[in-house]
Design a protein around this ligand. Structure first.
Ligand code: GDG
Length: 472
């Protein structure tokens, strides 16, 4: 069996791939260790042109090579901060109102993809398979193909794929979809995302889509490829064990003491406008306004480490959120009570898991989200004999799997407030039944299943030209 080459915008550090760190990095690293291979991408550093061109820097960990390159300031601005995060991210999350399109940024995006592909090409052996991750790297396979690489190349999109009308607001939408068609396998988080891609192919690219269901062959722009749905998961039993192991650490005891018996609602998100933070705060305000019995008796802890703070829209959401937290706290705080504890900083993973376990409600309400791993982590971290309730947005990919959650529309403040009331007063038997339903779903489709099924399908996808003709 050939090796695996993983390509992602950022490469995890060897430490992040070790068990205690948890998360996606551990899952992907597991596959790399099995076959040996390379993890290639940006180091996270902005460097001079000379340093960038000297890369990649190689670091060996057993059979795995971590290969990273730095980006120049111009490449960072155009490829990362510009087209990836100021055009693709907002549009793919249905926030066209926040998106901008600059031709030179798009040119930079394609230039960096071509440059990265050229750097990686020398590290690829003929039998290797290549697994590319996420929206930063849509043109990567096309660039590898033009370097003469014929290996099987798969792509997994971690974020939603928008409906054709929304995608078409990006002027070079057709070039982007054409680039996606240079992969052999395209993986999506949900059926809706896969369907949106198929809709584009049929309506806008005059292509054809084969069998219906979770796997579908597609023909467009002179190529045939396979698409599939691969729901990303977590390792639930590892999270449960970690949450339990740290439940009596000082930080949990401190939190418990400071709550003085009040109920706890927990939310954790990267500070991003797609996560619905402002809408969530407003729903919590409704709870305090409409249910005076909860005033002074429930606290919302929102952990929101800042990301992409050099993109203007991220600075704006931060200001807006700080304003809302201040306003609501001003309205409902007492001398010994602050309703919203808003923590704009990063916490250790084990701390988050043990705080989840301590809380009565997990409040996860993105406006749009590919999957949302926090929702899954929240469930996995619960104490089976006294579990908290997950209140989850219908627009998170995870909503399709977690049928034990209370599903809400994040645009409906009153609906979210009612779900909070229900969750906070839910009897133990119902909480346990919902928890069991959710845990079963998490175990059935854990991170290993996601990874192994994608890689299995990529290895078995027919080489270009061998695939059967899609049925119209
Ligand atoms: C993208 C897609 C898709 C958060 N704060 C801290 C922290 N986190 C961890 C969480 C979770 C991860 O970051 C966030 O994952 P999500 O899935 O919730 O969201 P995105 O970052 O937007 O991820 C998403 C995902 O890719 C995977 O495919 O599900 O839809 O948008 O693991 O726990 N971790 C630590 N400290 C923090 O303060 N240690």
């Amino acid at each position: 069996m050939g090796r695996l080459i993983v390509v992602s915008n950022r490469v995890a550090t060897p430490t992040e791939t070790k068990g205690s760190a948890g998360g996606l990095a551990v899952g992907v690293f597991g596959a790399l260790k099995d076959t040996g291979g390379v993890w290639f991408g940006w180091s996270g550093d902005v460097v001079s042109e000379t340093v960038a061109n000297a890369g990649p820097t190689l670091e060996q960990d057993g059979p795995v090579t971590f290969a990273t390159v730095g980006l120049t300031r111009k490449d960072y601005d155009q490829y990362y901060r510009g087209f990836s995060n100021a055009t693709l991210w907002p549009v793919f999350h249905y926030r066209n109102d926040l998106a901008r399109y600059e031709r030179d940024e798009y040119a930079g995006y394609r230039r960096v993809n071509a440059w990265l592909a050229h750097k990686l090409m020398k590290l690829i052996d003929p039998d290797d398979i290549v697994w590319v991750h996420d929206y930063h790297l849509i043109p990567f396979a096309e660039a590898l193909r033009s370097e003469g690489v014929t290996n099987r190349i798969g792509f997994f999109l971690h974020i939603p794929f928008p409906s054709p009308q929304v995608l078409q607001t990006i002027p070079p939408h057709e070039e982007l979809v054409k680039s996606l068609c240079c992969y052999d396998l395209l993986g999506f988080q949900t059926r809706n995302d896969q369907q949106a891609f198929h809709d584009y192919i049929v309506r806008s690219a005059r292509g054809a889509v084969g069998e219906e269901g979770e796997h579908g062959d597609v023909e467009a722009f002179g190529r045939r490829l396979r698409t599939g749905v691969y729901r990303i998961g977590v390792f639930p039993d590892e999270i449960a064990e970690q949450a339990k192991r740290y439940e009596s650490r000082q930080h949990v005891l401190d939190l418990k003491q400071s709550l003085e018996g009040r109920k706890l609602i927990m939310s954790v998100d990267r500070l991003d406008y797609s996560k619905g933070l402002v809408e969530r705060f407003k729903a919590f305000e409704q709870l305090l306004e409409r249910s005076p019995e909860w005033r002074g008796n429930v606290t919302l802890v929102q952990i929101a480490p800042p990301t992409r703070s050099d993109v203007a829209t991220y600075r704006n959401i931060r200001e807006e959120l700080e304003g809302e937290a201040g306003r609501i706290n001003g309205r409902y705080s007492g001398l010994d009570y602050t309703p919203i504890r808003y923590l704009s900083q990063q916490y250790d993973r084990w701390k988050l898991m043990s705080l989840f376990r301590e809380s009565q409600v997990g409040f996860v309400t993105p406006l749009h989200d590919g999957m949302n791993l926090v929702a899954k982590e929240y469930v996995a971290a619960q104490n089976p004999s006294d579990p908290g309730v997950l209140v989850l947005s219908v627009f998170a990919g995870a909503a399709a799997e977690l049928s034990g959650a209370l599903l809400v529309n994040p645009h409906d403040a009153l609906g979210m407030c009612e779900a909070l009331q229900r969750a906070l007063s839910m009897p133990l038997a119902e909480r346990q039944a919902r928890y069991e339903t959710n845990m079963e779903a998490l175990r059935r489709n854990d991170l290993g299943v996601w990874r192994d099924s994608f890689l299995h399908d990529l290895r078995s996808v027919p080489h270009p030209g061998q695939m059967s003709q899609p049925q119209r």
